[in-house]
Design a protein around this ligand. Structure first.
Ligand code: 1GP
Length: 248
């Protein structure tokens, strides 16, 4: 079964949690430790990457160390065309739809395409959309940041992704954002969208995670919260539990 099919299968049972781990922040060993604790706490998939450049060697090493410790699929979340390891199970073949720079819409993707064709990594086409405040992802990707109350623009990008044939839409507030994407935007988009909606950025506690899930997010991503705590398991467990329990 493909990684995407496994995502859809998991979504049949309920909402899912993905842990984003950035080796640029935690290093290979630290990243593998976080992955292990997140795995024990019940996370469903690991996302590996971020906005800061990471060498393929560091990504190779991090993936190897993770795979020694966990039995979860690892999906690359690349910030550029060079942030790829063949050892990952899948890659979000993502386009930053609201970038003002064509490099982030189709340029990095074009650069990586031939290399990817020679690997077994599953490519999962994904439309990536960044909202205010956007943080590093917004700055690096030169995103035309969407306002927290701009439902129309959010919906336009999400539907554009779906009609392009993308398999997922990711609404991003930016790693470390003070607030996540607004619940109203999530609810209104989900009401019209037929592909799964991922929401991430600024989700650090169970109450916020529940609100985002209840608003309609199918997949909830957390990153920073696990990197900043001294007890990853205890911090993630209640967040993951509430996501798994929440219905729309
Ligand atoms: C960033 O959405 C992810 O791409 C996770 O954000 O680090 O704020 O959890 P946080």
């Amino acid at each position: 079964m493909s990684v995407y099919e496994n995502i859809l299968k998991a979504l049949k049972k309920g909402k899912i949690h993905m842990t984003l781990i950035d080796p640029a922040t935690s290093g290979p060993e630290g990243s593998a430790d976080i992955a292990f604790e997140a795995y024990k706490a019940g996370t469903d998939f690991i996302m590996l990457g971020g906005s800061t450049e990471i060498s393929p060697e560091v990504l190779d090493k991090t993936t190897d160390l993770m795979k020694e410790k966990i039995d979860l699929e690892i999906i690359l979340f690349p910030g550029s065309s060079s942030m790829i390891t063949k050892k990952a199970d899948a890659i979000y073949f993502m386009s930053l739809l609201n970038s003002s720079d064509i490099e982030y819409i189709v340029g990095h993707q074009k650069k990586a395409s031939i290399y990817l064709s020679e690997t077994n990594i599953e490519k999962i086409p994904m439309g990536y959309v960044i909202f205010k405040p956007g943080m590093t992802a917004g700055r690096v990707g030169k995103a035309m940041l969407i306002d927290r109350d701009d439902i129309k623009t959010a919906l336009q990008y999400a539907l554009t992704a779906e009609y392009f044939g993308m398999k997922l839409v990711y609404f991003e507030a930016g790693s470390g954002a003070d607030k996540p994407v607004s619940e109203q935007i999530i609810t209104r988009t989900k009401g019209k969208l037929s592909i799964p909606l991922i929401v991430g950025g600024g989700i650090r506690d169970p109450i916020t995670a529940e609100a985002i899930a209840r608003a309609g997010a199918d997949i909830i991503v957390t990153g920073t919260v696990a990197e900043k705590t001294s007890n990853v398991y205890d911090t993630l467990k209640p967040i993951i539990n509430i996501i798994h329990k929440t219905k729309n």
